[in-house]
Design a protein around this ligand. Structure first.
Ligand code: DOR
Length: 437
């Protein structure tokens, strides 16, 4: 959030010449921002004296993106990323809010830890909503203090990186979380079925002699959690859904009335397990890249409105850690700066306003950030906005990014669609593709 003191005045901005896009539709309009809020949306606005004019010509002006799944690595993993650098990468990708994952060292499992990470986020280029663990120390043995965490404003709890293996504990997590309105976000992966696996169990893992993670590792825990969550009335969010079988389970659970939301990642929409053929550890990720049939099922599910959010699972890893044999490298890939372009490419048939919703207002609602993020571009609303040129062609250069890590599978790819400007609480944090802080 902004570090400006109350007495300092915020800039007056005009976002000029663009098409405004939000959950209410699209229209040609300029946007006037003053004191951190949108004050006017009109076909033409004469910039007041002293106003900063941001060129939105040929571009879309909408609510900033909200990422439900960003590993910012602080504390303990600062070599790979910090809250500051991860948030800057997010702003360059058009994000105004990130949900920071709690699988840090130590894990974020207490109100004190949540406050410490919030403190690190002061002055960052995006708002950072800190998620906390479901279990103490992320050990999967005892519940973290969910009531206290909820009282401190935590909305999302997750042991991401792993699921809660013990079904009784998972059941209690859903039951305890329900009255506090916490979202239990599960990384669905049965540890016994996944044990030792480094790639999707299938043709490619067999050919390459890599230990496999079967689709069922995800589906077994997802089915279990859908049963448990359904009984408890808790909000259940399925992280990085990656198989056709998982999509069928979600469909069936929704028919039964289970309150579940689900995200997919840009990389599971864009890549398949064939990418691991060269043993390049940049393609090692959890859940693993899946076969083409699963990838197509994810794309179809997005088109059918069965997916609630596109979330990055931005997972930075230091160069020396990733420069290891495939089976020894840590899983994960970065994705904040490339998310829009990669998702747009993989979902070429999807109308842009639907994609925007999956990147902005839908995840904002899941994360409980809808008062500030994802809302319509309308007078009185907080000015958390991004301006995206949907036709901008650019080549991904990992060395040029703001992330401290460069483990992107898209190096050298030409992407179509890029954030041009990002406005956080009325201040310009990215201008013409350059971070301003
Ligand atoms: O690939 C992954 N990397 N998947 C996860 O669930 C965790 C993440 C990480 O923290 O690196």
């Amino acid at each position: 959030m902004s570090e400006r003191s109350q007495t300092e005045t915020l800039p007056v901005l005009v976002l000029a010449g663009g098409t405004v896009l939000d959950a209410t539709g699209q229209r040609r309009a300029d946007v006037l921002v003053r004191d951190g809020r949108v004050v006017e949306v009109a076909p033409t606005i004469d910039p007041p004296a002293g106003a900063t004019v941001l060129d939105a010509g040929g571009a879309l002006v909408g609510p900033g993106f909200v990422d439900l799944h960003a590993h910012l690595r602080e504390p303990g993993g600062e070599e790979a990323e910090t809250v500051e650098t991860g948030a800057r990468a997010g702003a360059l990708g058009g994000y105004t809010a990130l949900v920071a994952m709690p699988n840090t060292f130590p894990p974020i499992d207490s109100v004190e830890m949540v406050r410490a990470v919030r403190h690190l986020a002061r002055g960052a280029c995006t708002e950072v909503a800190v998620a906390a663990t479901i279990t103490e120390g992320r050990r999967g043995e005892r519940l973290a203090p969910l009531a206290e965490l909820a009282a401190a404003g935590v909305r999302v709890v997750t042991d991401d990186g792993a699921g809660v293996a013990d079904a009784q504990l998972a059941r209690r997590a859903f039951e305890y979380a329900a009255p506090f309105g916490l979202v239990v976000a599960e990384h669905c992966e049965d540890p016994a079925l996944a044990a030792g696996g480094v790639a999707h169990e299938g043709e490619w893992s067999s050919l390459l002699g890599l230990a496999g993670i079967p689709a069922e590792a995800e589906e077994v825990m997802l089915a279990r959690d859908l049963a448990l969550a359904g009984r408890s009335g808790a909000r259940f969010h399925a992280l990085h859904v990656s198989t056709a079988g998982s999509l069928a389970l979600l469909r069936e659970a929704r028919r039964r009335g289970v309150a579940v939301t689900a995200e997919v990642t840009p990389h599971h929409l864009a890549l398949t397990d064939a990418a691991i053929a060269g043993f390049d550890p940049v393609y090692r990720v959890n859940p693993p890249l899946r076969p083409e049939a699963d990838r197509r099922a994810l794309v179809a599910a997005v088109a059918a409105g069965e997916v609630d959010a596109v979330a990055t699972d931005h997972a930075p890893h230091a160069r020396h850690a990733k420069e290891a044999p495939f089976a020894e490298a840590p899983p994960g890939m970065i994705g904040l700066e490339t998310a829009f372009g990669v998702a747009r490419g993989a979902l070429a048939e999807l109308p842009l306003d639907v994609l925007w919703g999956l990147l902005s207002w839908k995840p904002a609602a899941i994360a409980g950030l809808e008062a500030r993020h994802g809302g319509p571009v309308a007078p009185g609303r907080p000015a958390n906005l991004c301006v995206v040129d949907p036709e901008a062609r650019w080549r991904v250069d990992p060395a040029a990014g703001a992330s401290r890590s460069a483990n992107t599978p898209y190096a050298g790819w030409e992407l179509v669609g890029r954030a041009r400007h990002t406005v956080l609480a009325g201040e310009v944090v990215v201008r013409d593709g350059e971070a301003q802080r």
